[in-house]
Write a protein that binds this ligand. Structure first.
Ligand SMILES: Cc1ncc(COP(=O)(O)O)c(C=O)c1O
Length: 449
């Protein structure tokens, strides 16, 4: 029975589902039958530990009973209502989010996901400042819609170019692969800030509406900013009247051991974009948390943007439930603890055992294992943006994990360790032990001494 069910799922998928970011004939998506907690399984009953929380959105794991109950209860009450009505769960979700953001980000514009959040944040910044340019980092991802893909610095942008104008990319801090020949973190921080200041000078401060950055860069490497970097960017934005947009679509809602990652560095942006962890993606939801000053721009003047499903009740009920669960179950602190006590030490041990592990870095439940062919030169295990046969070594590492029941999140030459933030210590340690075995494959390619 299970095999024929899987065959049906596979048949419909292969014949009718057009998948994101893929050459349609070259993929063979696994038919996923169910999930619970940090695990999901296929139709043959093979179980996988979800080491990347799906697309780093599943902060609460699969099928949290209180989440399912909240969605069912909302479905029985009111499935949908247009955005121009006031609605109980929409208002409650906005209030709970506003109470947890730093500073006076007291207003929330809801979207269906992260890309629409960055689109709208930039639109707000442009209208608020009367300027048009947006500065974003090369090592960034901000979504795949028209403007969001232009904001994106990574190669996913290339296929959509020419994209909208007025987007300028800069180099952010990345001590392990410094763009600034820096020898240590303080130097990297100072030079990255000097570079951003220079970029602002060359572009013309009076033309720049916003600097948009991921508080902790996600897909492009889990780049935790050096101490002082975000505060330095805040200062530059203040000095030149530029809106600071922190994209917390991936980093927010507990992932980094804070409600919002910026809180770790006591920085208050003007706008925060969120999605994913706001309700673990049980129902699509994203949004922009807006400061009083920017909200005031639209007090007497209409905001020229909207979405049929802005503040969808099912999604907002899931957000309310999720925020309560994060609080009741102490999961923000748990994410921090898992990073400090379980993930961090286990990954450091991998670095000691495997020559191919060049660096491990991260905070909370947000970590990267960076794989190299040579620790001295830091040559990446696979090249930047590797595809086809260039990507084989990483594909083999991923396959070795999957064979042993761990579903990894890989990007370029990195394995990202971003499990649900309520994962159990023991299962997480076991999953990292599987990664440990899989890294023997990466070691085969090691050419350094
Ligand atoms: C930092 C960041 N911003 C924006 C997005 C886009 O979100 P979505 O896929 O929900 O549109 C993502 C998605 O991975 C992201 O990681």
């Amino acid at each position: 029975m299970t095999s024929s069910a899987a065959a049906d799922v596979r048949y419909n998928d292969r014949h009718h589902v057009f998948h994101s970011w893929s050459a349609q004939k070259l993929i063979d998506p696994l038919p996923a039958a169910g999930g619970e907690g940090s695990w999901f399984w296929d139709y043959e009953g093979k179980r996988y530990f979800d080491l990347g929380s799906q697309a780093v959105n599943l902060n609460l794991g699969h099928q949290h009973p209180k989440m399912v109950a909240a969605i069912l209860a909302q479905a029985a009450t009111l499935c949908t209502i247009a955005p121009w009505f006031a609605n109980d769960v929409r208002g409650e979700a906005a209030k709970l989010i506003a109470e947890r953001t730093p500073g006076d980000l007291n207003h929330v514009f809801f979207t269906n996901g992260g890309a629409e959040a960055t689109e709208n944040a930039a639109r707000m910044a442009r209208l608020h400042t009367g300027r048009h340019k947006v500065l974003t980092a090369y090592r960034s991802y901000h979504g795949a819609t028209g403007a969001a893909i232009a904001f994106t610095g990574d190669p996913r942008r290339w296929g959509s170019e020419p994209a909208i104008g007025g987007v300028v990319h800069f180099h952010g801090p990345y001590p392990y692969r410094s763009s600034f020949h820096a020898a240590n973190e303080p130097e990297e921080c100072a030079r990255a800030l000097a570079h951003l200041e220079q970029t602002i000078m060359f572009e013309g401060p009076g033309t720049i509406a916003a600097v948009m950055l991921e508080s902790v860069v996600g897909t492009n490497g889990i780049l935790v900013p050096p101490e002082g970097y975000l505060a330095g960017v805040r200062e530059l934005c203040d000095r030149f009247g530029i809106v600071l947009i922190c994209d917390e679509v991936m980093a927010g809602f507990g992932r980094c051991g804070e409600w919002f990652a910026v809180q770790r560095w006591h920085v208050t942006p003007d706008l925060i974009t969120f999605a994913k962890g706001v309700n673990s993606g049980y129902v699509p939801l994203g949004g922009v948390a807006i400061s009083e000053r920017i909200a005031a721009t639209f007090a007497e003047r209409a905001y020229p943007g909207g979405l049929t499903y802005s503040g969808h009740p099912l999604a907002c009920a899931a957000a309310v439930a999720s925020i309560r669960i994060l609080e009741e179950e102490g999961l923000i602190a748990n994410a921090r603890r898992l990073g400090e006590e379980v993930i961090g030490p286990a990954l450091q041990a991998l670095r000691e055992r495997h020559p191919s592990v060049g660096e491990v870095r991260g905070i909370g439940c947000f970590w990267a294992v960076e794989l190299v062919r040579d620790r001295a030169t830091r040559e990446m295990l696979v090249p930047f943006n590797a595809a086809g046969k260039d990507a084989v070594p990483m594909n083999r590492v991923a396959a070795a994990c999957k064979a042993k029941g761990v579903w990894p999140f890989t990007h370029f030459n990195r394995v990202h360790v971003a499990p649900p933030i309520n994962a159990r210590d023991g299962e997480l340690r076991q999953a990292i032990a599987v990664l440990d075995e899989a890294l023997a494959v990466a070691d085969e390619y090691y050419t350094g001494r």
